[in-house]
Write a protein that binds this ligand. Sequence first.
Ligand code: ATP
Ligand code: MG
Length: 773
Amino acid sequence: EESASDDFTAGLNPGQKRAVEYRGPALLIVAGAGSGKTRVLTHRIASLIQSREAWPSQILAITFTNKAAAEMRERVEQLLGQASEGMWISTFHSACVRILRREAERFGYLKSFTIYDSADSRALIKRIIKGLDLDHLGLTPAGVASRISGLKNELTDVDAFARTANLSDPRDQAFLEVFRKYTQELNRAHAFDFDDLIGQVVYLFRSFPEIAALYQRRFRHILVDEYQDTNHAQYALIRELTRPVSPEVVAAAAFEYAPRDIAADGSIPGASLTVVGDSDQSIYAFRGADIRNIVEFEKDYPGAEVVLLEQNYRSTQNILSAANAVISNNFDRKEKKLWTAIGEGEKITGFTGYSGHDEARFIADEINELHNKGFGYRDMAVFYRTNAQTRALEEIFIREGIPYRVLGGTKFYERAEIKDAIAYLITVANPYDEYALRRILNAPKRGIGPMTEAQLSGFAEDQQVSFRDAMRRAGELGFGPKVRTAILNLSGILDHATSMALSGEVVDDDRDDLNPDPAAAPPAQDANVKVTPVSDILDYLMKQTGYLELLRNSKDPQDEARAENIDELLAVTKEFSRNNPTGTLVDFLTEVSLVAAADDLDSTSGTVSLMTLHTAKGLEYRAVFITGVEEGLLPHQMSADEAGGPSEERRLFYVGITRAREKLYLSLAMTRSQYGEVSVAMPSRFLQEIPADLIAWRQSPGMVTSRGGTQPRALNAQRGGQGSGFGGSNSYARRSTEPTSSVGFGAGGGSSAAVSEPASGNMRSSLDKWREA
Ligand code: ATP
Ligand code: MG
């Protein structure tokens, strides 16, 4: 074992040091939240590069979000004081897209294949169910999509499913039919869905060992953050990447491998693998994440070194105690000792609003207050369980002038006009994507109706050509002159845009960094390569088709907003080209489908971050607001039906709590309006799991009554017992004389909700009732 440069171990505790310096085939770091797992990965990468044990291009680091990837890259570059060209730090999905774009042509796909996000998949499935006339069997697009996704995460493709399915069940048979058609349609459109991105790379590696060898040889160090949330397909991918290259494959390779990589027996040993994780933070079981991947790591990688970390460097003792108390309610877990030297810190602030709006007002007031005390906006974050909860928050933030950003907000890309514009771009990049093409066939209206579309489609099928080719041959179909001209016009515009996109494309097949000798100079980036900026292509399309003009000339005020959105998209493409001077149309579309959908790259601006608890994983903020801590929301209603559901919800809450460094707020509302209906909410069972003396209630559940005077039954329910979050001196308990318990609604105090004496009742029994229901 050689020792790494100690530059990168200064300030680390002994366990962390060991994790940075260990050299061997496999390393597992299991530790609780905030114990420096991600930091260790970052230092380990820097140490490997600095000591010249690895070239940047030999590192593959997998993070959970694009944001985390960007942060890790930045940190490594900071530590090394140099750019880290060639290093792959990305999510599973981004890494796989990169591999697929290079290799797609080898198995019959365009390298400009389309990526279907989950909404696209659902839309396609919906069309298929309808087309096959299977609606009556009760198949829902969401249900089918989730089942297909589950199968793909297990690497079960349609043929494998067909072999095992029970086909005497008509519903299974119908599902199989839809699954088969879905697979065919994706194939035909040269499209991959999210799950394919991983699964197809595994398939590729297993089917073409010589391709796998390129990557197995290239990546000498593979590091995976948040390993507890990998699913089977991701696990298999890592297995493939860390496999040794057999002497036969080495010998048969088209180029010579660097001697230092080859073992005595002529093979290339498997890459060294480092994974870090925390089974208490596993929150993606619903997407097939498998905790066993971490539990069985030592079995999968015999001789693996295991490092445990126990010191939390992020949170105050109060926050950590709350987190520990909550998570200890999950049975079937290994007890962890997590401690902090930061000190007790402030108590957790609890607040109960009458409504979601009151809750939001309280949060806005607190944010203003914290900001006055010197907290930057970027130091604060608000978490929620469901996206629907953002509306009340956004309304108040806008009114109060609090700068904020919704992470993972996909709304912009869900707008019809933006989808149209993106569909145009997809059509240009991937002429086989018939769905994108059909979307824009008559948008803007150009007189190509459903009849015409059906004729084109029929012709394409008869002639065994693509829909796009059928359009080019519209002259053979006997259309009237107006329709024919409309089709040929559109076809001409698309062809021209395609030539624009291709003319500037960097022809390099991007394989240089698989060069067998990493010591060789990195491929010189040709600064003179001129790529047609995506904004030029989009601009051309929007102008030539009249799309933008029609919106601008419309009398409908909504169309004005739509035109502005198109302008906004143009601005987005311009920014993309500025940041990626050699970025192609396909690169842009990849970013739209992966980055925009999953999270947000811009973390540096001075804004309060709003996000779901799921998105919050791995992040940290000085002040954290967890909202909607109510039964039905957290734990979420849906989890009640699932085995292990409440435990997973508890882990989610644990993830949320452990994001906070100094200040933690837990808030709830007594009434929530959803889908236009107001319902009564009950405090979450998780609140009771936090020792009472850790929470200072600004306004506890028992202190709130409805405006009308009648108290909803659950609202005045009270638990008299000790040891729960509702008891103790800071709560509304009858014996309480604490002044905090009589503070009114939020710092602003502007609410009209009354503060009442707590009524009698028993929270526990309310909860029990809920559980029985
Ligand atoms: P999570 O489980 O939430 O992903 P983590 O285990 O990855 O957490 P990090 O994010 O790496 O933890 O670290 C938590 C915080 O503690 C970060 O701000 C990090 O910089 C800091 N930290 C970690 N180790 C040390 C150390 N030895 N000295 C000082 N600060 C540290
Ligand atoms: Mg981390």
